[in-house]
Design a protein around this ligand. Structure first.
Ligand code: PHE
Length: 339
């Protein structure tokens, strides 16, 4: 009998149930009127007195175990059922929030892509710069207003360490490290001490370009920029170069594109001129080449620089610059494009 109880305990331990019916059958088998335990208690009467104590304990142990087992089997089953109930397979799926690239990234990537196809590499440099790379090596005279506190953010009152006001500084770094042919663009963040308004911000993004080789001419500059304008704004775009001044280029120009809103007829976006200014450019001043140990008798080059926000404003017709910096999802979610 002793041996039999051990066997029953082992069987009960190994028992598994997946339905309420299986648990009920298990209960009847052990605890029912004609069940295993009732049989055991009947046979117990015939057991010799000296074995009763030990055997009685074993039978009670088995009974206790069966009761616990039934409880735990029922609880597990309830848990499984609750889990199943919480999944309503007829409900529509949870919407997945798709991120979108920032419009400034979209436009910057597109500019990089256009110049990449012309063989321009990408160069990067530090945002905290020194006077040499931002101004002196670019032929800015010492008294030039751009060096003024009004325009430039200086670091810790040290007039030599400042936040770059344009990414031309990266081009100086490229020139000091390499010899022509140089064909590179430098996208990046720049900083100017401006009051924040719809049309100006103290942080913005630029892409500047530099091409230096033998026999690089103004015609090359013009053709490159025409290609860029048409890839960026459409094949029907016209460009116009107006004479301008930059310390690091001679001659210098500002480039307009024909207004895409009115097709050149005149509207409030182009202020009724038919043209929109998009970048500055020119032939690299020989002084700049000499400062950077590039032989200005052998080589010539062109450079250009544009504000990414400005191009994005024209492309997306967003007239307030501040929107690009506020990270308002209602604004950002409207830009879903391939770049
Ligand atoms: N560095 C000029 C700016 O920040 C842009 C420029 C670059 C103009 C190269 C001419 C040539 O406004």
């Amino acid at each position: 009998m002793d041996h039999n109880i051990d066997k029953l305990l082992k069987e009960a331990r190994e028992f598994k149930a997946e339905t309420r019916e299986e648990i009920e059958n298990f209960r009847i088998k052990y605890l029912g009127k004609k069940g295993v335990l009732s049989d055991l208690f009947s046979s117990f009467k015939q057991v010799p007195a000296e074995q009763k104590k030990e055997l009685g304990q074993k039978i009670n142990q088995l009974k206790g175990f069966i009761a616990e087992k039934i409880d735990s089997l029922s609880q597990n089953l309830e848990k499984d059922e609750a889990k199943d109930d919480s999944v309503d397979l007829t409900l529509p799926g949870e919407p997945i929030q798709l991120g979108a690239r920032h419009p400034i990234s979209l436009v910057r990537n597109q500019i990089i892509d256009v110049f990449g196809r012309l063989g321009f590499t990408i160069s990067e440099g530090p945002e905290i710069e020194d006077d040499w790379h931002v101004f002196s090596a670019l032929n800015f005279p010492p008294e030039h207003p751009a060096r003024d506190m009004q325009d430039t953010f200086f670091i810790e009152k040290n007039p030599d360490i400042l936040l770059r006001t344009h990414t031309s500084s990266v081009q100086v770094r490229v020139m000091e490290k390499s010899q022509p042919p140089i064909r590179t663009i430098s996208p990046g963040r720049v900083f100017r001490n401006e009051a924040i308004s719809a049309r100006a911000h103290c942080i913005f993004h630029q892409v500047e370009g530099l091409y230096i080789d033998e026999n690089v001419s103004f015609a090359d500059l013009k053709q490159t920029l025409l290609f860029f304008a048409r890839e960026m704004f459409g094949q029907e775009v016209e460009i116009r170069l107006r004479p301008s001044f930059f310390p690091f280029t001679e001659p210098s120009a500002e480039m307009d594109i024909s207004c895409q809103i009115c097709g050149g007829k005149g509207c409030n976006v182009c202020k009724y001129t038919g043209w929109l200014e998009i970048l500055g450019c020119g032939m690299v001043d020989p002084n700049v080449l000499d400062f950077n140990n590039i032989d200005s008798n052998k080589y010539t080059g062109f450079a250009f620089g544009m504000g990414v926000e400005r191009i994005a404003m024209l492309k997306y017709q967003v007239k307030d610059l501040r929107l690009y910096f506020e990270n308002d999802l209602r604004f950002l979610e409207q830009f879903r494009a391939a770049y």
